[in-house]
Design a protein around this ligand. Structure first.
Ligand SMILES: *Cc1c(COP(=O)(O)O)cnc(C)c1O
Length: 386
């Protein structure tokens, strides 16, 4: 049986994105590929080896489940870090496999030391400090105790990183909050340094921070969305556009992923008729309507009802009516020669046109993150080199 839709991964696009981003951050900054959320929907198993062949050798996942998947496909030269959840009973496994992990509270720190002692090995940790996101991280007041623990157990603890995460660097509305976070981070960094704790990497930046605030890059950038070829926000894109001396005429980021299906049905709907459930779309003229076999079950959000677009024959076609569980309808009245089984691009390029979820005027770039990471694991991923 054939799949109703396919995800194509374009290696050339990834190579170009990495080259561009490496040029922006400079050679001395470690490029880390964030592959949480099934590599933003690209598939950890397919994406990781492809990124390795594009020169990436440091990967970040959210939890030990993702780490286990990454471990199976990564080369022994690549490093792996867990930025979030790991059960205490999995700590020996992480230590055994040289997987570094974030430590953001005393429970984790104590258990990491205990596990390392039990294994008679060294746990490789990233000390996450709280700077204002108020999610995870050691508060300033806790740092003397952290330093004490780490120094007393230095035989069992290697500090790979000291890190934090910003509360929305992609938006200028958060400017002051980000500035405050940078100041707090530097204070933490100086304090730990004064206690003799110096990591291999100070790292704070995600895509947006790295592209907007150069001082956040430090020793390592954790790139997610940008290396998959999407801008964290329009602001980030504009900022880079304006600061690029070679007046960038072409978008330097290319979507690695293309999600495509084909037209399942075509029919004319008369003027004055409502289309699909309810009365959200009224045909004010006679309309040619294509049935697309993708719905919210496949991760195509219901909020794209009447606003999403797809590409057919190199042209944009709008979603009409509600997105259903397994299908939605698109208006193809103005697409010449449209035929059954024509290719439909839901995300990615077709001809000269490109569609990202955020291409739809009213929608925010955050939908890119959400829609990508929710692409069902069952859709086949196919790598192309071109
Ligand atoms: C997801 C994540 C990133 C990557 O963010 P992007 O905006 O996709 O670049 C970096 N660091 C942490 C801690 C994250 O959770």
């Amino acid at each position: 049986m054939l799949s109703t839709s396919y995800i194509i991964l374009n290696k050339k696009a990834l190579k170009q994105n990495i080259r561009y981003l490496k040029k922006r951050i400079g050679e001395d900054v470690k490029f880390t590929s964030v592959i949480k959320g099934n590599a933003y929907g690209h598939s950890i198993e397919k994406f990781l080896p492809m990124a390795e062949s594009c020169g990436v050798d440091y990967f970040a996942v959210f939890d030990s489940y993702e780490a286990e998947r990454a471990l199976k496909v990564k080369s022994s030269n690549s490093e792996l870090m867990i930025m979030g959840a790991i059960d205490n009973e999995d700590l020996p496994w992480a230590i055994e496999n040289h997987i570094s992990f974030y430590v953001f509270d005393f429970n984790r720190l104590e258990k990491a030391i205990a596990a390392a002692k039990y294994m008679n090995k060294t746990a490789c940790i990233h000390i996450e400090v709280e700077t204002g996101l108020n999610r995870t991280g050691f508060d300033w007041e806790m740092l003397p105790q952290v330093a004490k623990f780490v120094n007393e157990e230095s035989q069992y603890i290697q500090v790979e990183g000291i890190c934090t995460h910003y509360a929305g660097a992609e938006s200028v509305a958060n400017y002051l909050r980000i500035q405050k976070q940078m100041d707090r981070f530097n204070k933490c960094k100086d304090f730990l340094k004064s206690k003799g704790i110096t990591p291999n990497y100070y790292h704070t930046a995600s895509s947006a921070a790295a592209l907007i605030y150069p001082e956040t890059r430090m020793d390592m950038v954790r790139f997610g969305i940008a290396h998959y070829g999407f801008w964290p926000s329009e602001e980030t894109k504009m900022h880079n556009l304006l600061s690029d001396s070679k007046k960038f005429t072409r978008d330097p980021l290319h979507s690695v992923l293309q999600w495509k299906t084909k037209i399942m049905s075509l029919k004319w709907v008369k003027q004055g008729e409502f289309i699909s459930y309810g009365n959200s779309f009224l045909a004010s003229k006679k309309r040619l309507i294509a049935g697309i076999p993708i719905g919210y079950y496949h991760g195509y959000r219901r909020s794209l009802s009447n606003v999403g677009h797809v590409l057919i024959r190199g042209r944009k076609s709008r979603v009409v009516g509600y997105v259903n569980m397994n299908m939605f309808l698109a208006d193809v009245t103005n697409i010449q020669n449209v035929k059954l089984n024509d290719e439909v691009v839901l995300i990615g390029k077709q001809g000269k046109q490109r569609i990202s979820v955020a291409s739809f005027s009213e929608l925010s770039n955050f939908l890119n993150y959400e829609l990508l990471s929710r692409l069902p694991i069952q859709i086949p991923r196919i790598i192309v080199e071109k």
